[in-house]
Design a protein around this ligand. Sequence first.
Ligand SMILES: [Zn+2]
Ligand SMILES: [Zn+2]
Length: 311
Amino acid sequence: MLWPHARIRHARNVEILERVAAARRETPESEAWLGLLEAAFGESEDGAPWAAGVPRPAADRPVKAPVLSHTEITLDGRAARDWVRRLLKLTPTVNPRRIDGLALLEAAVCHDDARLDALAAAGGEGVEPHALRVLGQMAALPLLQACGRELASELPATWWEGYCPLCGAWPVVAEYTGLERKRQLRCGRCGTGWAIPLLRCVFCDETEHDHLGYLTPEAGEQTRKIEICHTCKGYVKAVTTVRPLAPWAVLLDDLTTVPLDVAALERGYRRPDRPGYPIEARIAERPPMRGWWRLVEVGGGWWRSLRQDEA
Ligand SMILES: [Zn+2]
Ligand SMILES: [Zn+2]
């Protein structure tokens, strides 16, 4: 496929390219978000190129607060806005001129749908609210995935909550890995995985056998099921894997198993609208560089050095 905008980075990871191509063949109707997702994967490969350093976790955060809770995330404002604009150009139902890229990133990182809807409303007629929610999450993906990698060492050794210890989102999948079928919850935003006892509802902490169960597909698929809770009516998709899914693959897996969500919804189960823990992170803009020096990336990740601009 030709990119509608030449400056979108291409993902180089062959496995990603193959999985996205397969998803395109299987669900051609998902082209709109697959295009966004592919762009976000491409942008993620070298870290979030517009992030100016790793956010420092708040020293006094409560025990149950995720690592990104109340952090200040500094971005190269111009580069970050440019990234959001490139993504907006892939979305015909959102007029790019009406959206402030940094406000969008902040609302999306905080998983604050009400704020995203307010941004859509402020954008006027040219902005479709649902499209903006999806776009916001895709725009924040490179940043959240970089945080997932760079802040992994800050994760608490044990974590008993159902929500992501890094970004506060509910898990999109429970993964049963290897011969011992160890249960890991996985975050679709930052890719973080965390272990939680087998029989316990992610959303309401229910542990009674009688109140927990699962739905299985009628035929075929042996590796899939849906864990359900009769107490809160919540559900989470589950998958059996040989090895843990790569962080990028968690989100792709979630987006390509929509029939399982439909099956759960049809039986009266649902996922909470709000994130597990609102992290209330802030996005700050790094002051613009003076003169003809600019920040360039060296290697992968977030480390950069100053170099004289060759242009
Ligand atoms: Zn997360
Ligand atoms: Zn429950």
